[in-house]
Design a protein around this ligand. Structure first.
Ligand SMILES: *Cc1c(COP(=O)(O)O)cnc(C)c1O
Length: 389
């Protein structure tokens, strides 16, 4: 597939909605009979929350999950109707927004439950909530001894409906599942004390892949939707397809004499005559500065190293060894070109990071082009969405 035309500043992300639908399908099959909640927090891990949420629901996701109320409101404003779980901490002051936008928060604080109950009574609606059990991550869950009386008390509040009980694993992608099994058991034990709560959930992508016995009633998959396995040995029998590519174009090619340096801090120096290409992607687009002198990109089907420091808005690439590089050539920062591919796991290795951070790091100002059947069906830029479907 040749790149679809993008006429603006030459950096863009291509989001393959067919790959996303494929991933939803295989993860649903793996999780069945549990239902799938598509985790679209952080702008759908950089892929674009609204388009991804729509495509995921269309492919069979029954629920969506975000971290904060604002992310939920964004989806509601775009017309999404599926239940939206707010997994993070919700301050009491946002109780009215939760009710007004029919969000389903995780309640970490009894005061939030009281506020939600008041707002829901005022609006004359039922307010579903989920409760997080602390099982070992030690963030914002409630330890079972506190949770059980809190749940009983919340249950009695007008209009509050406790719909789910969940936990989140600390080391689910590791090969040794001992701690994960302990966490799972703590959740199951807590539920035996609150058996009237209909939904239990704990599995994110790693556990859907490695521990299907932990699927319970609902799974919350993020990374897998976007085509990545959480760890090299995790669920490799489940074929996932990469969804996001990050591309750019060469803007200018310069011949440098020996001794010339490139970029801030002069960290790269031409020892021999060199050819460098200017590429319009920098750390404010998601190409982390840590990748300076470490990452490679694809040009004309070959790998070229980043020369010198990645700047905020651009970087330089050493193309001395590649024949005929010229302005306008496609540059793949993340994705496939010819027979080669650079993916978020490669970038994560070069940046001492993880694929989650690489993907979620693709910034808002990078235009997103959404593809189906290899054709652009929608675009989204800082100036808003535009549908071409
Ligand atoms: C982000 C998140 C997930 C999704 O995790 P993946 O590993 O990306 O599948 C699930 N549950 C919670 C609570 C999360 O914060």
């Amino acid at each position: 597939m040749s790149s679809p035309p993008w006429q603006g500043r030459p950096v863009w992300a291509e989001i393959d909605l067919d790959a996303l639908a494929h991933n939803v399908t295989v993860l649903r099959e793996r999780a069945a009979p549990a239902r799938l909640c598509a985790v679209v927090k952080a702008n759908a891990y950089g892929h674009g929350a609204v388009e991804v949420a729509r495509a995921a629901v269309q492919a069979g996701a029954e629920r969506l999950a975000v971290i904060c109320v604002d992310e939920g409101i964004q989806l509601r404003r775009a017309g999404l109707r599926a239940p939206i779980l707010v997994l993070g901490f919700t301050p009491e002051a946002q109780a009215r927004d939760v009710v007004a936008h029919a969000l389903t928060p995780s309640v970490h604080d009894p005061a939030l439950a009281d506020a939600l109950s008041r707002e829901a009574a005022r609006a004359n609606v039922d307010q579903p909530v989920h409760l997080e059990v602390e099982t070992g991550l030690n963030r914002h869950g409630l330890v079972p001894d506190t949770l059980v009386p809190a749940a009983e008390r919340m249950r009695a509040l007008p209009r509050i409906v406790i719909e789910g009980l969940f936990t989140h694993f600390a080391a689910a992608e590791e090969g040794d599942k001992t701690f994960t099994r302990q966490q799972f058991q703590r959740l199951v034990d807590a539920h035996t004390r609150l058996p009237w709560i209909p939904l239990r959930h704990c599995a994110a992508t790693a556990s859907v892949l490695d521990n299907p016995e932990m699927r319970l009633e609902l799974v919350r998959t993020g990374l897998g939707l976007y085509g990545y396995h959480p760890a090299p040995r995790c669920g490799v029998d489940v074929p996932l397809q990469r969804v996001l590519s990050l591309k750019s174009r060469v803007v200018r090619v310069s011949a440098l004499p020996p001794g010339a340096t490139v970029g801030y801090g002069r960290t790269w120096r031409a020892e021999l005559p060199a050819t460098v290409a200017l590429v319009m992607a920098g750390y404010a687009d998601g190409l982390m500065r840590r990748l300076s002198g470490r990452a490679q990109v694809l040009i004309r089907g070959e790998r070229a190293p980043i020369a010198g420091r990645v700047a905020m808005d651009m970087c330089m690439v050493d193309v001395t060894h590649i024949e005929g590089v010229s302005a306008g050539d496609e540059v793949v920062l993340l994705g496939e070109q010819g027979s080669d591919r650079i993916d978020a796991d490669d970038l994560a290795t070069w940046a001492d990071s993880i694929s989650w951070e690489i993907l979620a790091g693709v910034r808002e100002r990078v235009p997103r082009l959404y593809l189906r059947g290899g054709r652009v069906v929608a675009t989204s830029t800082l100036n808003g969405p535009e549908s071409r479907a």
